[in-house]
Design a protein around this ligand. Sequence first.
Ligand code: NOJ
Length: 569
Amino acid sequence: MTFTAPLTLPGLALDPLWYRRAVFYEVMVRSFVDSNGDGAGDLQGLISKLDYLQWLGIDALWIPPIFDSPLRDGGYDISDYHNILPDFGTIDDFRELVTKAHERNMRIVIDLPLNHTSDQHPWFQASRADPEGPYGDFYVWSDTDEKYPNVRIIFTDYEESNWTFDAERRQFYWHRFFSHQPDLNFENPAVHEAVFDVIRFWMDLGVDGFRLDAIPYLYESEEGSGESEPETHEFIRVLRRMMDTEYPGRVMIAEANQWPAEVVEYFGTEEDPECHMAFDFPVMPRIFYSLRSQSAAELNRVLSETTETPEGAGWGVFLRNHDELTLEMVSEEYRQAMYGWYAYDPRMRVNIGIRRRLAPLLDNSRAELELAHALLFSLPGSPFLYYGDEIGMGDNIWLPDRDASRTPMQWTPDRNAGFSTADPGKLFLPVVQSLVYNYSLVNVESQLAQSRSLLHWVRNVIHVRKAHPAFGLGGVRVLETDHESVLAFVREYAGSGTQFGDAPERVLCVFSFAHNPVSARIRLDGDNGQPLWDLFGGGAFPSVRDDGVLELTLATQSFYWLHLGDRRG
Ligand code: NOJ
């Protein structure tokens, strides 16, 4: 397969707000392409697919941890922050990846779990062996397992306590995730120095930013919940100041699975900023809720609530990622409804969430896949695609934990889906062979050959989005509609007035979650009589009426993106 890239000058464009225009793609190196036939993906494999990702329209890759690790938590259990897992390649391979991505104007964002390490990390080994030594205080140790009683357990299916007894040191250590992942002790200034060293090491290798994994959990307190404690925010502010001074233009992305009012705190303030971006955990489950409830009310509410962010800050919007579809931040009533719709087999659940991929969640409905992607690409924030979702890959719920949706990328109908030349039994995870999502049917090669495939559709939407800066840079105004299934908002952008020459524009986005065609009236006061044009084909739509109302009919589970106002040019 060869991909013809658009003609652009090689190298990174100097755009300080690049992360707000960018389309991100989460790629698990182990799952993407195996270049050496050992059964697991690697950096050279990823490099070989950069042309494909550029063709798709991807501007930045988010790469989950590739550090040395015993891989008991998909690499989020790090045993050496300064080395790459040998199965994935070498630091030189990583350098090559950064260079080749940058040549394509593509950025590299790495995952950086700072909250915890693997218990195999030499810091932990030293800490447990020598309490008085230089690493004695690197982790959170206690004589009892009764401290921090208000702190919840995150991996409810696997852990009964956040404390585990260490037989060597004869004390308990603190861990918010698996018991083999002890939490670093952020009360210790030496830990700050050590993690700053790690960050500088990777920044010096040229990465464009990092995802702050599990960032709310750095500090714990006797009275608090151990999430978003004031000291955690203070640490992030100090880190941001270092980044702005030493590595301007690189971004920090918060993984803070918190309630809406708390997530926005991770942006900080205009004067004292924290992260450039934060994943929009509140909006994600509400997309899935709306699809089944046929009601736009929840999305409407949450969109109206969370839009006040400092200048320069941006949301990371996503449908799925390498974790379970988390239901931690929805009410019990909604959670039960979601389990009923999306995880009717208990095997589909893990912790407080659902371990399935996008296409199976939406029962492979093309209308729902398009509607969900249309939201992903037009909600305020930058979209994060999960590898394989662009072709509607399936999952394997017979695999343990979150491996269900981390199976090899399906490139071709050939052996191992073109992922690897290894003996099929040697693959780190089997390729999907289910009836509907079998790799012989669902793969990149066959979708490239069908002009109406999901892959071509997703690529087209990405390119339309990128041609309209209002999506990345504009504000959002939620509109009143008279139909409970219809969500409408305007993305409006005043124009940049910079060397990018972006002109002002407004895009009206309308979505119907109804399972039948509907007609709706949308209030566009102040836009009385304004014309509307379809962003995809350029066709003219009926104008806003003189009384400021727009009447639209929408097909079952469909959407419009309409240019609002006179057409430029
Ligand atoms: C969040 C990551 O997304 C998840 O995969 C991991 O298990 C936990 N952090 C613990 O590192």
